[in-house]
Ligand binder design. Structure first.
Ligand code: G6P
Ligand code: MN
Length: 455
């Protein structure tokens, strides 16, 4: 088996490697290709990862490369996890809408729109290369905005062997199981939505729906899940919202908090990033002490985790996590991706919340719409599990956002300014057409080369 990581110069690679190492034998992994267009970052991540590979007794060949073709050739699984323009472009994504009093967030609202416009052209190129060089491969997309990019891969490029993943639903799942003192695989979460726009509408455990009980104890549960909602609101909703719904249900507070902080999340983590890469560079040049590199990396992970959602919710930063918890929390994406690979490659079966075509799972969404629902995985198959009907308010929001996503993909592919403007203006978090135009024009100016040309 060959696994390829596109965007391996990113900070998540060491975590992906740990997940891979834990499963290398079961998977029968023979080759791992780690590709990035940024040679410097790739080299530093390689320096940080080499001891991890040695300690984990990697029995597979590794190929660190900036050559996409070589990386993709004959791959069985291609993991896409890249950010066009790096963290600096996330700063722009988030800053522009804030100037107009609109949410500035990585994936939700205009920030996700801008990120998508930058990402769609390169992802389409990668898909063509996969089609030519590894036509039987599965693409596992971590690249955000994950729903929209998965939509591009499956519905635009017509590459059906693709799955989008997010660590958010599995994180909720683990926390809910632990609240019930149960193992995660004893609990089935009826989770539905789009990526970063989802709800839990039932929690099946030992033959019962535990959601009403959980909601009755929602104050405790909310704290445990770090849900930024009032217990009273969750009770009224009768469902557990994904934390990203904070940006919808409490949009005004989110914007106010970010404006008050004087910086968005990207500006908060940019210095952490910089410090990590500077440190790695310094240690690498000095001959590379493994312990020092790992210490710098752990500090980085702690810093990022501790401040997650702190600006947006105006809450205190989280406590430092114990090492084991940090490992679990950080494995997130990587763990899901490797579980998916384990199931698709034959040996394992599983149920995981993934981004896939709806295929009837949520009543009211179209067959092809990319939704985030529990899927049954076994022997090379991924099948969404029927959810059935969902409340109208949730369906309505999903449909509106789905339409925005579809138009955004269309704008990126056709280069139509009008379509891009329509997409942004129809996003539920953009208050008016005029503001949409200002935001779009601002992005076109600030992102210039990284954006598709729109006319
Ligand atoms: C969650 C989401 C990811 C997102 C990340 C942002 O894990 O599921 O899709 O990228 O949060 O975290 P950050 O530390 O970059 O703000
Ligand atoms: Mn996510």
């Amino acid at each position: 088996m060959k696994i390829t990581i596109i965007g391996a110069g990113g900070v998540r690679t060491p975590l992906v490697l740990k997940s891979i190492l834990a499963r290398q034998e079961r998977l029968g992994l023979t080759e791992l290709a780690l590709m990035d267009v940024d040679a410097e970052h790739l080299e530093l991540i390689r320096a940080l990862s080499t001891p991890v590979l040695e300690a984990g007794k990697a029995a597979f060949r590794t190929l660190w490369t900036t050559d996409t073709r070589e990386a993709i050739q004959d791959a069985d699984y291609v993991l896409t996890t890249f950010r066009v323009g790096g963290i600096a472009s996330r700063v722009v994504d988030e800053q522009v809408p804030l100037r107009y009093g609109v949410l500035g967030q990585e994936t939700t609202g205009p920030g996700g729109f801008a990120m998508a416009l930058r990402t769609i052209p390169p992802i389409l190129e990668y898909i063509e290369q996969v089609r030519a060089l590894a036509p039987d491969a599965w693409i596992i997309n971590f690249t955000n905005p994950a729903g929209l990019i998965t939509e591009t891969i499956i519905n635009r490029a017509g590459f059906k062997r693709a799955i989008g993943i997010c660590d958010n639903p599995p994180t909720m799942h683990r926390a809910i199981a632990s609240f019930l003192n149960a193992q995660p695989d004893e609990v089935f979460l009826e989770y539905f939505g789009l990526n970063h726009l989802g709800w839990v509408q039932a929690v099946h455990y030992r033959g019962q729906d535990m959601l009403p009980t959980l909601i009755a104890e929602v104050k405790k549960l909310g704290e445990m899940l770090d849900l930024p909602f009032d217990p009273g609101f969750i009770e009224a909703l009768g469902m557990l919202p994904n934390e990203y719904l904070y940006f919808y249900y409490r949009n005004r507070e989110a914007v106010e908090h970010i404006l008050q902080a004087g910086q968005s999340r990207a500006q908060q983590i940019a210095p952490l990033h910089q410090r990590l890469f500077d440190e790695l560079q310094r240690i690498h040049q000095a001959g590379g002490s493994v312990a020092e590199m790992e210490a710098a990396y752990r500090e980085y992970l702690h810093g990022r985790h501790a401040t997650y959602m702190s600006i947006e919710t105006g809450s205190k930063v989280h406590e430092e996590l114990a090492e084991a918890e940090l490992g679990e929390a950080a494995e997130g994406y990587a763990g899901v991706a490797l579980e998916v690979i384990g199931c698709l490659s034959g040996g394992e079966t599983g149920i995981l919340v993934l981004n896939v075509p709806n295929q009837g799972a949520i009543v009211g969404m179209e067959e092809q719409d990319i939704v985030e629902v529990p899927c049954y995985l076994a022997r090379g198959l991924v099948r969404p599990i029927a959810i059935g009907s969902v409340p109208d308010h949730a369906l309505g929001l999903m449909k509106r956002v789905r339409e925005y996503e579809r138009l955004t993909v269309e704008a990126a592919v056709t280069g139509s300014y009008t379509t891009a403007l329509k997409a942004l203006a129809l996003h539920p978090l953009v208050p008016s057409y005029g503001v949409a135009r200002q935001i779009l024009d601002d992005y076109l100016e600030q992102h210039s080369d990284l954006f598709p040309r729109l006319s």
